[in-house]
Design a protein around this ligand. Sequence first.
Ligand SMILES: C=C(O[C@@H]1C=C(C(=O)O)C=C[C@H]1O)C(=O)O
Length: 120
Amino acid sequence: MTTSNTGPDAIDPEVRQELERLRDSIDNIDAAVVHMLAERFKATQQVGRLKAQHQLPPADPSREARQIARLRVLAENAKLDPAFAEKFLNFIIGEVIRHHERIAESTQNGQPAHEAPAGH
Ligand SMILES: C=C(O[C@@H]1C=C(C(=O)O)C=C[C@H]1O)C(=O)O
């Protein structure tokens, strides 16, 4: 990235200060999102191991439908686009199901369900 319309020289100092303040806030929110996602994946990995040990299927579409309905209401109340919230949750759930499939495979192969970081 050699060109940018937010380079320090081009911006009024007051505008730059406001931009920095907002970006600090965005950075804090992004950090919180990462930490919350890490906690969520820790919980879903445990669900995956439990399902594998008891031969339960990796995906549970009825649970997903309830989560999506609930999240859409939460999003609407929070003035967040419910379609975006649904897409975001589906993206995460898709990754969780892939993890559960992998845990089930390795459990069937006699390997202990190991503690790989989520997404690996
Ligand atoms: C975590 C679970 O497994 C899957 C993943 C889900 C999720 O990430 O919220 C929800 C339902 C399942 O398809 C579960 O069954 O609770």
